[in-house]
Unconditional design. Structure first.
Length: 201
């Protein structure tokens, strides 16, 4: 009996000496998911943020760059632009698609990237594509049916598609057909998109 009591005492002493694990996120204990009352699991806020940062990095941006808070509102037009963008964020996914128009240096890219970051942080899937890069990829794949379908399906079916500098550069004969296929599909299937452009439409 004394031996058993001695073993229990030693185990108790050992457990006190083992340092408690420090979790980065106390809500999910770094699992990334939280069990709900109905037994199902949902993504923790920390996991949503991690995925958003991963998507931004994959698209050439760093978290914390070109945020909505950093958008310069020195003049009345910039203030209205930011207000419209914030309104879009607040009502998404309800409402219509968005077009951000303006001259070079108006802050169009900053604004659409800021919108993308805000929505990614809320757990939405957003694909950002500069128009020139998107068209280059699609033009190169147009004679490879499998690759073209893969690229186009990704653009068609992502939750929110952001095309920056829409219609920038030379427009080749086949371009309008490609653009119509993409925009018309998303419009008919009620999939929102954001366009930024120097051209008035």
């Amino acid at each position: 009996m004394d031996r058993l009591q001695d073993m229990i005492s030693r185990m108790s002493l050992y457990s006190k000496q083992v340092p408690k694990k420090e979790y980065k996120c106390k809500e999910c204990r770094d699992y990334g998911y939280i069990r709900q009352e109905d037994g199902n699991f949902k993504r923790c806020k920390c996991e949503v943020k991690r995925l958003a940062e991963k998507r931004l990095k994959a698209q050439g941006f760093k978290a914390g760059e070109m945020t909505m808070e950093q958008f310069n509102t020195n003049d009345e037009i910039a203030k209205r632009m930011k207000g419209k963008a914030q309104g879009y964020i607040n009502t998404y996914p309800n409402g219509a698609s968005l077009a951000v128009m303006g001259q070079v240096g108006a802050g169009k890219t900053h604004l659409v990237v800021g919108i993308a970051q805000e929505l990614m942080n809320k757990g939405h899937e957003v694909t950002y594509m500069p128009y020139v890069d998107m068209m280059t990829q699609l033009r190169q794949a147009i004679f490879n049916a499998e690759e073209y379908a893969r690229l186009m399906n990704n653009l068609k079916n992502t939750e929110l598609l952001v095309i920056d500098d829409f219609l920038k550069g030379n427009i080749l004969p086949n371009d309008l057909g490609i653009i119509f296929e993409l925009i018309n599909y998303r419009y008919l299937n009620k999939k929102q998109f954001i366009l930024s452009s120097e051209k008035l439409m």
